[in-house]
Design a protein around this ligand. Structure first.
Ligand SMILES: CC(C)(COP(=O)(O)OP(=O)(O)OC[C@H]1O[C@@H](n2cnc3c(N)ncnc32)[C@H](O)[C@@H]1OP(=O)(O)O)[C@@H](O)C(=O)NCCC(=O)NCCS
Length: 164
Protein backbone atom coordinates (compact mmCIF):
# COMPACT_ATOMS: atom_id res chain seq x y z
CA UNK A 1 0.00 0.00 0.00
CA UNK A 2 1.37 3.40 -0.87
CA UNK A 3 1.31 6.36 1.45
CA UNK A 4 0.22 9.50 -0.38
CA UNK A 5 0.10 12.57 1.81
CA UNK A 6 -2.52 14.68 0.03
CA UNK A 7 -4.96 11.85 -0.66
CA UNK A 8 -8.63 11.66 0.23
CA UNK A 9 -8.80 9.97 3.69
CA UNK A 10 -10.61 6.92 2.29
CA UNK A 11 -8.31 6.47 -0.69
CA UNK A 12 -6.02 3.45 -0.74
CA UNK A 13 -3.45 3.07 -3.49
CA UNK A 14 -1.95 -0.26 -4.55
CA UNK A 15 0.91 -0.78 -6.99
CA UNK A 16 1.38 -4.09 -8.81
CA UNK A 17 4.48 -6.24 -8.18
CA UNK A 18 5.04 -4.81 -4.69
CA UNK A 19 3.49 -7.56 -2.57
CA UNK A 20 0.74 -5.30 -1.34
CA UNK A 21 -2.22 -6.21 -3.55
CA UNK A 22 -5.73 -5.96 -2.01
CA UNK A 23 -6.91 -8.80 0.24
CA UNK A 24 -9.46 -11.36 -0.97
CA UNK A 25 -12.46 -9.54 0.56
CA UNK A 26 -11.50 -6.34 -1.24
CA UNK A 27 -10.83 -8.22 -4.49
CA UNK A 28 -14.32 -9.78 -4.28
CA UNK A 29 -15.82 -6.31 -3.89
CA UNK A 30 -13.69 -5.10 -6.80
CA UNK A 31 -15.00 -7.87 -9.05
CA UNK A 32 -18.60 -7.01 -8.05
CA UNK A 33 -18.05 -3.30 -8.70
CA UNK A 34 -16.37 -3.98 -12.05
CA UNK A 35 -19.34 -6.15 -13.10
CA UNK A 36 -21.47 -3.04 -13.25
CA UNK A 37 -19.78 -1.85 -16.41
CA UNK A 38 -18.44 -2.78 -19.86
CA UNK A 39 -16.03 -5.69 -20.23
CA UNK A 40 -15.72 -6.77 -16.57
CA UNK A 41 -12.68 -8.78 -15.51
CA UNK A 42 -12.72 -12.10 -13.66
CA UNK A 43 -11.36 -12.55 -10.14
CA UNK A 44 -8.34 -14.37 -11.60
CA UNK A 45 -7.59 -11.47 -13.91
CA UNK A 46 -7.69 -9.01 -11.03
CA UNK A 47 -5.44 -11.30 -8.98
CA UNK A 48 -3.00 -11.80 -11.86
CA UNK A 49 -2.66 -8.07 -12.36
CA UNK A 50 -0.42 -8.00 -9.31
CA UNK A 51 2.16 -10.02 -11.30
CA UNK A 52 2.20 -7.46 -14.13
CA UNK A 53 4.26 -4.33 -13.79
CA UNK A 54 3.14 -0.71 -13.89
CA UNK A 55 -0.47 -0.98 -12.71
CA UNK A 56 -1.73 1.39 -10.02
CA UNK A 57 -5.07 0.69 -8.37
CA UNK A 58 -6.96 3.46 -6.58
CA UNK A 59 -9.75 2.36 -4.24
CA UNK A 60 -12.19 4.45 -2.23
CA UNK A 61 -12.78 2.26 0.82
CA UNK A 62 -15.28 3.78 3.21
CA UNK A 63 -15.87 1.75 6.39
CA UNK A 64 -14.37 -1.19 4.47
CA UNK A 65 -16.97 -0.82 1.71
CA UNK A 66 -15.56 -0.32 -1.76
CA UNK A 67 -17.47 2.62 -3.22
CA UNK A 68 -15.31 3.52 -6.23
CA UNK A 69 -12.21 2.39 -8.06
CA UNK A 70 -9.79 3.57 -10.70
CA UNK A 71 -7.07 1.61 -12.49
CA UNK A 72 -4.09 3.24 -14.21
CA UNK A 73 -1.39 1.70 -16.38
CA UNK A 74 1.77 3.77 -16.13
CA UNK A 75 4.65 2.10 -18.01
CA UNK A 76 6.64 5.34 -18.17
CA UNK A 77 6.36 8.98 -17.11
CA UNK A 78 5.32 10.23 -20.55
CA UNK A 79 2.16 8.17 -20.95
CA UNK A 80 -0.21 6.91 -18.27
CA UNK A 81 -3.56 5.43 -19.19
CA UNK A 82 -6.79 5.32 -17.21
CA UNK A 83 -7.99 1.76 -17.80
CA UNK A 84 -11.03 1.75 -15.51
CA UNK A 85 -13.05 4.20 -13.42
CA UNK A 86 -16.25 3.05 -11.74
CA UNK A 87 -18.45 4.25 -8.89
CA UNK A 88 -20.87 1.87 -7.20
CA UNK A 89 -24.38 2.51 -8.58
CA UNK A 90 -25.93 3.61 -5.28
CA UNK A 91 -23.17 6.21 -4.73
CA UNK A 92 -23.27 7.86 -8.14
CA UNK A 93 -23.73 11.63 -8.46
CA UNK A 94 -22.23 12.24 -5.02
CA UNK A 95 -18.92 13.57 -6.28
CA UNK A 96 -17.00 10.32 -5.73
CA UNK A 97 -15.98 9.87 -9.37
CA UNK A 98 -14.54 13.34 -9.68
CA UNK A 99 -12.86 13.12 -6.27
CA UNK A 100 -11.24 9.80 -7.16
CA UNK A 101 -9.99 11.08 -10.52
CA UNK A 102 -8.67 14.29 -8.93
CA UNK A 103 -6.70 12.07 -6.56
CA UNK A 104 -5.42 9.95 -9.45
CA UNK A 105 -4.17 13.11 -11.18
CA UNK A 106 -2.63 14.38 -7.96
CA UNK A 107 -0.86 11.08 -7.40
CA UNK A 108 0.45 11.01 -10.98
CA UNK A 109 1.68 14.55 -10.47
CA UNK A 110 3.53 13.46 -7.31
CA UNK A 111 5.43 10.81 -9.28
CA UNK A 112 6.09 13.33 -12.09
CA UNK A 113 3.97 11.66 -14.73
CA UNK A 114 3.39 13.95 -17.70
CA UNK A 115 -0.02 13.03 -19.09
CA UNK A 116 -3.05 10.82 -18.61
CA UNK A 117 -4.80 9.24 -21.60
CA UNK A 118 -8.15 7.45 -21.69
CA UNK A 119 -10.84 6.14 -24.03
CA UNK A 120 -14.55 6.61 -23.39
CA UNK A 121 -17.59 5.47 -25.33
CA UNK A 122 -19.12 8.42 -27.19
CA UNK A 123 -22.56 7.70 -25.68
CA UNK A 124 -21.27 7.71 -22.08
CA UNK A 125 -22.32 11.24 -21.21
CA UNK A 126 -21.72 10.87 -17.47
CA UNK A 127 -18.05 9.96 -18.00
CA UNK A 128 -17.57 12.46 -20.86
CA UNK A 129 -18.90 15.29 -18.68
CA UNK A 130 -16.70 14.23 -15.79
CA UNK A 131 -13.58 14.18 -17.99
CA UNK A 132 -14.45 17.53 -19.59
CA UNK A 133 -14.93 19.00 -16.09
CA UNK A 134 -11.38 17.92 -15.31
CA UNK A 135 -9.98 19.50 -18.48
CA UNK A 136 -9.36 16.41 -20.56
CA UNK A 137 -9.03 17.28 -24.24
CA UNK A 138 -10.54 15.18 -27.02
CA UNK A 139 -7.92 13.73 -29.35
CA UNK A 140 -10.17 11.92 -31.84
CA UNK A 141 -12.73 9.22 -32.46
CA UNK A 142 -11.91 5.49 -32.58
CA UNK A 143 -14.49 3.92 -34.87
CA UNK A 144 -16.11 0.71 -33.52
CA UNK A 145 -13.67 0.66 -30.59
CA UNK A 146 -16.28 -0.88 -28.24
CA UNK A 147 -17.89 -3.13 -30.86
CA UNK A 148 -19.82 -2.62 -34.08
CA UNK A 149 -21.34 0.87 -34.14
CA UNK A 150 -19.88 1.74 -30.73
CA UNK A 151 -17.27 4.45 -31.14
CA UNK A 152 -14.72 5.56 -28.59
CA UNK A 153 -13.37 9.02 -27.94
CA UNK A 154 -9.70 9.32 -26.97
CA UNK A 155 -8.87 11.99 -24.44
CA UNK A 156 -5.74 13.34 -22.82
CA UNK A 157 -4.90 15.63 -19.95
CA UNK A 158 -1.49 16.94 -19.14
CA UNK A 159 -0.45 16.47 -15.52
CA UNK A 160 0.68 19.61 -13.81
CA UNK A 161 3.56 18.77 -11.50
CA UNK A 162 2.72 21.75 -9.27
CA UNK A 163 -0.55 20.29 -8.06
CA UNK A 164 0.75 17.27 -6.12
C1 LIG B 1 -18.81 8.00 -14.87
C2 LIG B 1 -18.87 7.79 -13.35
C3 LIG B 1 -17.52 7.24 -12.87
C4 LIG B 1 -19.15 9.15 -12.68
O1 LIG B 1 -19.06 8.96 -11.27
P1 LIG B 1 -19.95 9.82 -10.25
O2 LIG B 1 -19.38 9.65 -8.90
O3 LIG B 1 -21.39 9.48 -10.43
O4 LIG B 1 -19.72 11.30 -10.79
P2 LIG B 1 -19.63 12.63 -9.90
O5 LIG B 1 -20.76 12.64 -8.92
O6 LIG B 1 -18.26 12.77 -9.37
O7 LIG B 1 -19.93 13.73 -11.01
C5 LIG B 1 -18.90 14.55 -11.53
C6 LIG B 1 -19.39 15.16 -12.82
O8 LIG B 1 -19.56 14.16 -13.82
C7 LIG B 1 -20.70 14.47 -14.63
N1 LIG B 1 -21.72 13.44 -14.45
C8 LIG B 1 -21.71 12.41 -13.56
N2 LIG B 1 -22.81 11.65 -13.72
C9 LIG B 1 -23.52 12.21 -14.72
C10 LIG B 1 -24.74 11.85 -15.36
N3 LIG B 1 -25.46 10.79 -14.97
N4 LIG B 1 -25.18 12.64 -16.37
C11 LIG B 1 -24.49 13.70 -16.78
N5 LIG B 1 -23.30 14.10 -16.22
C12 LIG B 1 -22.84 13.35 -15.19
C13 LIG B 1 -21.21 15.81 -14.17
O9 LIG B 1 -20.54 16.80 -14.92
C14 LIG B 1 -20.76 15.81 -12.72
O10 LIG B 1 -20.62 17.10 -12.20
P3 LIG B 1 -21.93 17.80 -11.53
O11 LIG B 1 -22.47 16.82 -10.55
O12 LIG B 1 -21.33 19.04 -10.91
O13 LIG B 1 -22.88 18.06 -12.65
C15 LIG B 1 -20.03 6.81 -12.95
O14 LIG B 1 -21.21 7.24 -13.58
C16 LIG B 1 -19.77 5.37 -13.32
O15 LIG B 1 -19.21 4.60 -12.54
N6 LIG B 1 -20.20 4.98 -14.54
C17 LIG B 1 -20.04 3.60 -15.01
C18 LIG B 1 -18.59 3.34 -15.34
C19 LIG B 1 -18.07 4.32 -16.38
O16 LIG B 1 -18.76 4.78 -17.26
N7 LIG B 1 -16.76 4.61 -16.26
C20 LIG B 1 -16.06 5.45 -17.20
C21 LIG B 1 -15.38 4.58 -18.18
S1 LIG B 1 -14.54 5.51 -19.44
Amino acid sequence: MNYFSSAHPSLVIFSSCQNNWPDSNTLDQLVALDKGFNFPWSLDRWKDLDQQEHFILFLLLESEELTAMGLVYAPNLEQSELIKLTVQACYKRQGKGIKLLENVISYLSSIKAESLFLDVEETNLAALNLYRNLNFNELGVKQNFYGPGRNGISMRRSIDATQA
